[in-house]
Design a binder for this molecule. Structure first.
Ligand code: NAP
Length: 249
């Protein structure tokens, strides 16, 4: 089975740490050239340097604010300028601003919607301009079980992640004739900085509703991302695949 990732160009948004970094590492291990983005360029550069040395691939680190359509355009254009193509886009950058609805001000609503949803739209739109011409591409959107199930205290996050499922299916239909596959991964609770702030009781409750009795790790998500980025998934599009230990089944 050939994943056929060697020499392909993969742009992973928000890849300076957590799930994005693990996906970048897993794709680098398969020989893909990697673009690391984050708002913190120092951290992005250090990951890009690390991967270049470890896997003997080409990398690029770019400062990126997914909330800005100009920044998304610049990142995609610079990727193509360096690598002459963009084969794989992983829309991973995301934030959480959890609070009850009546405490959620406009800013907390808008920050999460623009980072987690608009960012994926802007970056996909720019990448699609190149992928449509090339008549190939893989777009992988990181949604969440919360987008499927909802969760008290996460109305902004649930809306954005449900929106991700919508754009995945709409773009999958729009791009299918040009051999561009668009799929979403819906992780459960994965151990990263984002979930590191959760109180012990919350973590216990999560374990209780997870049939496979552990939290996920970033590799669990990265393994599926590699498959969806590879030629092995060429007949799969518009799907939302959970990586959640059975939580949302
Ligand atoms: P994380 O550890 O907090 O990492 C988030 C990454 O996104 C960082 O590299 C961060 O770098 C970058 N980022 C944040 N804001 C950005 C912006 N405006 N523009 C560009 N990059 C930005 O989060 P994670 O847990 O790995 O989550 C990654 C994705 O998985 C998110 O979409 C999240 O919603 C989703 N997810 C996570 C879980 C979980 O349990 N952890 C579950 C389901 C879904 P800078 O801060 O330097 O910008």
């Amino acid at each position: 089975m050939d994943l056929n990732l060697k020499g392909k160009t993969a742009l992973i948004t928000g890849s300076s740490r957590g799930i994005g970094k693990k996906i970048a590492e897993a794709l680098a291990k398969e020989g893909a050239n990697i673009v690391i983005t984050a708002t913190n360029i120092e951290k992005a550069s250090s990951v890009a340097e690390e991967l270049k040395k470890e896997y003997n691939i080409e990398t690029l680190a770019l400062k990126h604010d997914v909330k800005s359509s100009e920044s998304c355009k610049e990142v995609v254009d610079k990727t193509v300028e360096k690598f002459k193509s963009i084969d794989i886009l992983v829309n991973n950058a995301g934030i959480a601003r959890d609070m009850l609805v009546i405490q959620m001000d406009d800013n907390n609503w808008n920050e999460v919607i623009s980072t987690n949803l608009s960012g994926a739209f802007y970056t996909s739109r720019e990448a699609a301009r190149y992928m449509l011409k090339a008549r190939r591409g893989k777009i992988i959107n990181i949604s969440s079980v919360i987008g499927k199930m909802g969760n008290a205290g996460q109305t902004n996050y649930a809306a954005a992640k449900a929106g991700i499922i919508g754009i995945t299916k709409a773009m999958a239909k729009e791009f299918a004739a040009r051999k561009i596959c668009v799929n979403a991964i819906a992780p459960g609770f994965i151990q990263t900085d984002m979930t590191g702030v959760l109180p012990e009781d919350t973590v216990k409750n999560i374990m209780n509703i997870t049939p496979i009795k552990r939290l996920g790790n970033a590799e669990d998500v990265a393994n599926l991302a590699v498959f969806l980025a590879s030629d092995l998934s060429d007949y799969i599009t518009g799907e939302v695949i959970a990586v959640d230990g059975g939580m949302s089944m």
